[in-house]
Write a protein of this length. Structure first.
Length: 464
């Protein structure tokens, strides 16, 4: 997980308090996404590191301007909404007390006669009947705040929320909430994009297409912004290019499998008998009106660097390499010296492929990124792990890169994948050392480990 932002020193700008309400998924990615977006959009935020509890979807954050808050909302897929925090308390009495203490003019702009409003109650980890919700609203000491407008529950000008947090354990929710917050809604995050870009509605998908939500998170961590040049070296059906293009990136990719790239294989949708003639990554971008951000994708082996001119081009490299479980990890075999391809064979010659070990994939990826990423460009990639055997020493390192975030997505009790975000902080030079991994997590094939029963897996990373 990314290190939470540290409170900054006092400045003359007054910082207001906001309540960030996160979605209950990809918990480990929240702060990393927030940190990446706030940095990429130059939106200052700070919060108390010690108050952050990954199980609690509510986080009190300070920011010097509402514009910063809107910029964060315009990108985050992990934030449900952000609210101007008006009062909070660890008991109902304390909340009410703090509502009474609110400056009387705080709500003036939102309580005028021509402003409609709605009050809502949302509880986390406890369902309460509508009748009780109404009682909670009535119990709020709001009379002194002088709402002069009328109530409009459907389409109000201003929405006020009472949030109650009843902890995490659904079998032991307390009678009273652990924490209550009262706030005015500023806006919603980008959760709707997840439906809009859902793979079910995507023209061209494959067995390993990345879902829309995670693709957006990856582009956020990679800090893709308007005109970023973005590469996915294991592009498959290009889902990562779609999210990068959505944020303004110009996108390109390489893929070793001609059949995948040209949609010649079996359709992935169970009801689809044959592939449509126009299935392609370009068509996917066109589907979302993003075709002007498509540069190209080429059939190529990403383990080979010699097709690229020596230059740092890319602002971001985002990728999901093949783990060898659902898709083969192959590379072109080195040519044997005594083998000559005659002219008549050239048109139909396919070079031989060989197994591409996962450890080599990551080492090659870091070496490639060190050379071809711009300084301060980001490399974001998935790293599969057997959870019981994983340690931070398994993560590849490179002298040009700093590790920014390492977020776990559990896939089962046994297996997870970790989203690694690295930033190039030193320029690449001819004498720069190569990438290294302190302890090899895969020791050959991840596939073998994946399908082996737990007790049969030799745990070399932890010899004890
Ligand atoms: C996990 S999939 C990527 C899926 C992709 N993110 C998507 O949304 O469709 C990995 C892809 O890498 C491709 N691949 C395997 N070895 C490769 C290599 N040496 N160079 C380029 N692509 C390779 C596989 O054919 C596969 O399509």
């Amino acid at each position: 997980m990314a290190a939470p932002m540290k409170p900054q020193s006092l400045s003359c700008v007054s910082w207001s308090k906001y309540l960030f309400y996160f979605a209950s998924e990809h918990l480990d990615f929240r702060l990393a996404e927030l940190e990446a977006i706030s940095q990429a959009t130059k939106s200052e935020v700070r919060f108390d590191e010690e108050s952050y509890d990954v199980k609690n979807p509510f986080l009190v954050v300070e920011s010097p301007s509402i514009e910063c808050i809107h910029r964060i909302l315009s990108r985050s897929v992990l934030l449900r909404s952000i609210h101007q925090l008006l009062a909070q308390g660890t008991s109902t009495e304390e909340l009410h007390e703090n509502v009474r203490k609110m400056p009387k003019d705080l709500l003036d702009p939102y309580s005028k006669p021509d402003q409609t409003f709605a009050m809502r109650v949302e509880t986390f980890n406890k369902k309460i009947p509508q009748k009780v919700k109404i009682e909670k609203i009535k119990a709020l000491p709001l009379a002194e705040l002088g709402f002069k407008g009328t109530v409009d529950l459907k389409n109000p000008d201003n929405e006020f929320h009472l949030f109650e947090y009843y902890g995490w354990d659904c079998n032991n929710a307390p009678d009273e909430p652990y924490h209550s917050y009262f706030g005015r809604k500023i806006g919603e995050g980008q959760r709707d994009r997840i439906q809009e870009y859902h793979l079910q509605k995507r023209h061209f998908i494959g067995n390993t297409s990345m879902d829309a939500g995670l693709s957006f998170i990856m582009s956020n961590l990679a800090q893709v912004t308007q005109n970023s040049l973005v590469l996915d070296p294991f592009v498959g059906t290009g889902s990562l290019l779609v999210s990068a293009a959505h944020y303004g990136g110009y996108v390109m990719g390489t893929e070793i499998d001609y059949l995948v790239l040209h949609a010649k294989g079996k359709p992935s949708r169970s009801k689809q008998k044959v592939r449509a003639i126009d299935e392609s990554i370009h068509a996917n971008l066109k589907q979302y009106g993003l075709e002007s951000h498509y540069i190209d994708v080429i059939v190529a082996d990403s383990s080979k660097q010699n097709m690229w001119r020596d230059q740092s081009y890319f602002d971001a490299i985002i990728t999901d390499p093949p783990y060898g479980i659902r898709e083969p990890a192959k590379k072109i075999r080195a040519a044997t010296e005594d083998y000559i391809i005659t002219d008549d064979m050239k048109d139909c010659h396919y070079p031989q492929k060989e197994q591409y070990e996962l450890t080599d994939i990551f080492i090659d990826l870091l070496n490639f990124a060190a050379k071809y990423l711009q300084l301060y460009g980001r490399l974001v990639y998935w790293f599969p792990v057997i959870r019981a055997q994983y340690s931070e020493s398994n993560i590849p390192q490179h002298p040009c890169f700093k590790l920014i975030a390492n977020c776990e997505q559990p896939l089962s009790m046994k297996v997870a994948r970790r989203l690694i975000t690295m930033e190039k902080i030193h320029p690449y030079k001819d004498d720069t050392a190569e990438a290294r991994i302190d302890i090899d997590h895969f020791q050959g094939s991840f596939r073998q480990k994946y399908f082996h029963k737990e007790k049969e897996i030799p745990n070399k990373t932890n010899p004890s």
